[in-house]
Ligand binder design. Structure first.
Ligand SMILES: Nc1ncnc2c1ncn2[C@@H]1O[C@H](COP(=O)(O)OP(=O)(O)OP(=O)(O)O)[C@@H](O)[C@H]1O
Ligand SMILES: [Mg+2]
Length: 271
């Protein structure tokens, strides 16, 4: 764990050097739902490759909407989504979405659920099961391959969702409040797992949460969105030394100051 976090600190330096390289860009996004619900207004954002960017903002400000637009699951009224500079209008193998409610197949085992994205791509069963088992192991679910979703706790189901997203080997993982349905203890464990997986997998994460603390703990960049219609209010780059233990990080001055800065930034949007 120590080696991993040290490496992370070194990488973070490199990442700032490469901060101009964005894997996803959104340009001029507006989304108006039927009934004149203006969910997103003039959103321009760049998501650097290899970074974890968190979208934070009041309920209903359009976070899920933006994630779905990036995933290609929802069409904006105006604006474009670019992946590595190329315009996309539909889902693609380079982007994987982990839904707020995990969307597991209830009739399929953990093994099949995790391998499902690969099955859809026509990968042979032996090969996809081998890959699925690797990710089941990575998220700490070894021994549960043959269980069904209803036999798992909420936290375990989330792990299945995460393993499925990792298994398709997308460059970008879109995570919509993946920790919302678990207790605080599991949530913290999950946060550790996510930081660890980031090191192993070198992916770009776009993450939605309601928790300021979670955002600061995990993120390289935090995008604050205003109340609906959601627009980019502020982009914060926490400068946190993550080489210590989780407890040390949460007591770190920079961590606490960033939490306060974000709280001040979001205050204006709370009634
Ligand atoms: N299919 C839809 N039809 C009409 N309005 C919608 C639809 N989906 C979302 N909205 C509205 O658009 C706005 C943004 O919704 P969205 O789900 O993106 O917000 P959010 O930031 O993810 O909220 P939360 O934090 O509660 O998950 C909300 O006012 C919501 O009611
Ligand atoms: Mg949402």
């Amino acid at each position: 764990m120590v080696a991993v976090t040290k490496l992370r600190a070194a990488d973070r330096h490199g990442e700032h050097m490469a901060s101009l390289e964005s894997i996803i860009s959104v340009r001029g996004i507006n989304k108006v739902y039927p009934g004149q619900v203006h969910a997103l207004k003039d959103v321009d954002l760049d998501f650097p490759a290899g970074a974890l960017t968190t979208l934070l903002g009041p309920s209903g400000c359009g976070k899920t909407t933006l994630l779905k637009i990036i995933a290609g699951l929802l069409e904006p009224n105006t604006g474009d989504v670019l992946v590595k500079g190329r315009k996309v209008t539909a889902p693609g193998p380079e982007r994987a979405f982990v839904f707020q409610d995990f969307a597991l197949l209830p009739w399929a085992t953990v093994l099949r659920n995790v391998g499902f994205g690969l099955e859809l791509r026509g990968m042979a069963e032996t090969k996809r099961n081998e890959i699925a088992r690797r990710y089941i192991d990575q998220v700490g679910l070894s021994g549960f391959e043959d269980k069904y979703p209803h036999e798992l706790s909420g936290g375990m189901r989330q792990r299945v969702g995460l393993a499925r997203a990792l298994a398709v080997d997308a460059d970008v993982l879109l995570l919509d409040e993946p920790f919302s349905a678990v207790d605080e203890q599991n949530r913290r464990k999950f946060q550790e797992d996510l930081l660890r997986l980031r090191e192993i997998e070198r992916k770009t994460f776009i993450f939605v949460t309601h928790s300021i603390e979670e955002a600061v703990y995990l993120s390289d960049r935090i995008v604050l969105l205003s109340r609906r219609p959601g627009r980019v209010s502020q982009v914060i780059t926490p400068q946190i030394d993550r080489s210590g233990s989780p407890e040390e990080i949460r007591r770190d001055r920079a961590y606490l100051d960033t939490v306060e800065e974000i709280w001040q930034g979001l205050r204006q949007f709370v009634d």
